[in-house]
Design a protein around this ligand. Sequence first.
Ligand code: ARG
Length: 458
Amino acid sequence: MKLWGARFTKEASKKLNDFNSSIQVDCRMYKQDIKGSIAHVTMLAKQDIIPEEDAKTIVEALQDIEKDIDEGTLMIDPEAEDIHMFIEQVLTQRTGDVGKKLHTGRSRNDQVALDFRLYTMDRLDDLTTLVKELILTLCKQAEKHTETIMPGYTHLQRAQPITFAHHLLAYVEMLTRDLQRFAFAKEQANVSPLGSGALATTTYPIDRAYSAKLLGMKDISLNSLDGVSDRDFAIDAANAVATCMMHLSRFSEEIVLWSSWEFKFIELDDAFATGSSIMPQKKNPDICELIRGKTGRTYGNLMNLLTMMKGLALAYNKDMQEDKEALFDSLDTLEVCLETVIPMVDTMQVLKENMRSAAAKGFINATDCADYLTKKGMPFRDAYGVIGKLVQQAITSNKVLEELHLEEFQEVSELFEEDIYEAISLDTCVNKRSVVGGPAPAATKAHIALVVQELGDQ
Ligand code: ARG
């Protein structure tokens, strides 16, 4: 018989049961469910709503249940309606009438909202740790390549020279913002809805602040309808995950390009690449392609949550049971992607020579050549026109700028002198861009030091 079966005259149909049950999804919240129940029952005893000895019996039984599930001696019943019902049923089997007191002044509506918040907070902590690890791994690679010159691109056309460190540090910045988004989502989740009851609180003299304090939660919700029907924190978490996946997908795309024969800027470690069943020569960046592909499902999950909540009348509606599957999938997806991408980045080989020779082609120093004339007094727009002409001539004679004779430079402007070669060398182009955020080794080294120190301080 169902715990809620008293007003029914028939057994629930198997079809209803299977359709209604969420245990396959929410069973992973058993620890949070037990933690929440322990806080609730401790509060009930403090408020003299149930006897102290009963609370003690319930707490001990809940701790045993957790241990038994951990150790696999208590199997979660796939026929149960959800994890909340399952644990209460086992508790009642084990403690009899005492266990039946646990749910006093509580509803599954505030219970599930609490569990989901606690679970989301725990997982955001795990993801935060992993993102920090990825940031440090990128910094480690960047440290080795502050002087590794490569082409920087716009429109995927060679644009200006940068360094590999500079490029990696762009991702460090994105991931640092991701950490802020995780922290924000966690703060949103860190509000206890416990005590909201089904929708309108309870007539028992509960102490909501006390149970929240026992749970280590920062705040309590201030409206019980909102307490049971708010899933904004889940949307915030799904958004943080989707954005982080978007960043990983951009990085993945670049690894795919860089590991191609056309670029050959990096070589993935054999342990982090795959082969082909027919083409013996192939070495494929499957990890990156999968990350790129899996980004879509995290966008889908975010859209799923937003759509699920759209137009939902207050307060709890069963639609909201769908929230967990969507967010769990996002959390799992990002976690596995991070766990895989970290060692891949750590072990990849950087082919410096290829990066440098790519940077040496494609007139990547044309801006610097125009700046040279500007520094000698020519207005920039005029200098731009002069260098444009020079580039056109060089392309016709199949040369790059630094291969032109001084006379050829001087034909287009008398301002050119012998020092032009030094001014447009790749090293000069990079080293002179030493303002904050630039590719010069001094700037990137300072950036790395700052990031490493900030992560160390957290
Ligand atoms: N399994 C449900 C969920 O995840 C628990 C809350 C059920 N509440 C209810 N009134 N039926 O949303």
